[in-house]
Design a protein around this ligand. Structure first.
Ligand SMILES: NC(=O)c1ccc[n+]([C@@H]2O[C@H](COP(=O)([O-])OP(=O)(O)OC[C@H]3O[C@@H](n4cnc5c(N)ncnc54)[C@H](O)[C@@H]3O)[C@@H](O)[C@H]2O)c1
Length: 267
């Protein structure tokens, strides 16, 4: 158990099959929460849920495309049935497609808007309905949305990705306000992760080289590190730790906030 105790809490983590979401799910489980992994990647999602279960925590997998309203309804029902409650949603699933504005494609922009912005909005909808008084879970809770440092800087090649993540930022604030005003008992916050050297982070570094913005990936990563006061990339564990903190009672008076975990890059 780390510094934050989530014993008895019941979490759904979207995009939890791999990458940051899997690390968040593992960290939440290590803090005592039961975790449902929700992802379109069934094979990796089941393997991640199994690994968490083998570590002694309560875990399950549910297939979910976050862009599907009806899928959310059953994912929340599965979470309540599997874990016995639902009081923590991590809206983590996201995609990054690197394009210059002169070359954006309608389909790729719509895909990012759907997954990165509509997805979390539908998640908030169904979490509010389930967690608020009288809902099938009914005990309130917390939502953590995964935005990005891209919402707080201007990096070339990621205009539409940055726009979707800026949308997540504002969605978070209004969701927190509606929850408070309407007495749902749900805190809503977001995290702005800095660049992590994982699948998505390295793909971005390669993409900006392919677009001719940097001579090679070392220079692309170096440009990020050079703008980061702490002088390095983020780790998945550091992002997951921030999610655990915001989910915990230590953050009990924090709502409508955005927490940068970016080494100071976004100012
Ligand atoms: N990696 C980084 O450097 C970085 C930095 C800042 C923010 N983020 C954000 O963190 C989140 C996780 O990123 P990651 O690096 O782990 O990416 P990743 O590509 O490794 O994992 C994303 C996961 O989301 C799932 N997913 C994709 N579309 C989905 C959909 N429609 N429905 C359900 N699941 C879906 C994928 O199957 C995958 O398991 C994303 O929102 C990303 O924008 C990442």
């Amino acid at each position: 158990m780390g510094v934050h105790d989530l014993t008895g809490r019941n979490a759904l983590v979207t995009g939890g099959a791999q990458g940051l979401g899997a690390q968040m799910a593992a960290a939440l489980a290590q803090a005592g929460a039961g975790v449902v992994i929700a992802d379109i990647d069934e094979e990796a999602g089941r393997a991640t849920a199994d690994a968490i279960e083998r570590s002694g925590a309560r875990a399950a997998f549910v297939a979910l495309d976050v862009t599907e309203d009806a899928g959310w309804e059953s994912a929340v029902a599965v979470t309540i049935a599997e874990l016995g409650g639902f009081d923590l949603l991590v809206n983590n699933a996201g995609v990054e497609i690197t394009e210059l504005l002169t070359d954006i494609s309608q389909d790729r922009v719509r895909a990012m808007l759907d997954i990165n912005l509509l997805g979390p909005a539908l998640g908030i909808k169904h979490a509010f309905r389930a967690m608020r008084p009288g809902g099938p879970a009914g005990t309130g809770g917390t939502i953590v949305n995964i935005s990005s440092v891209a919402a707080t800087i201007a990096f070339p090649g990621i205009a539409m990705y940055s726009a979707t993540k800026s949308g997540v930022d504002r969605l978070t604030r209004v969701a927190a306000m509606e929850s408070g005003k309407l007495g749902y008992g749900v805190r809503v916050n977001c995290v702005y992760p800095g660049l992590v050297g994982n699948r998505m982070g390295l793909a971005l570094a390669n993409d900006v080289v392919e677009l001719g913005l940097f001579p090679d990936t070392d220079e692309a990563v170096g440009a990020v590190v050079g703008q980061t006061p702490l002088g390095r990339l983020a780790t998945g564990e550091e992002i997951a730790a921030a999610v655990v903190f915001l989910a915990s009672d230590a953050a009990g008076f924090i709502t409508g906030a955005g927490l940068p975990v970016d080494g100071g890059m976004g100012m």
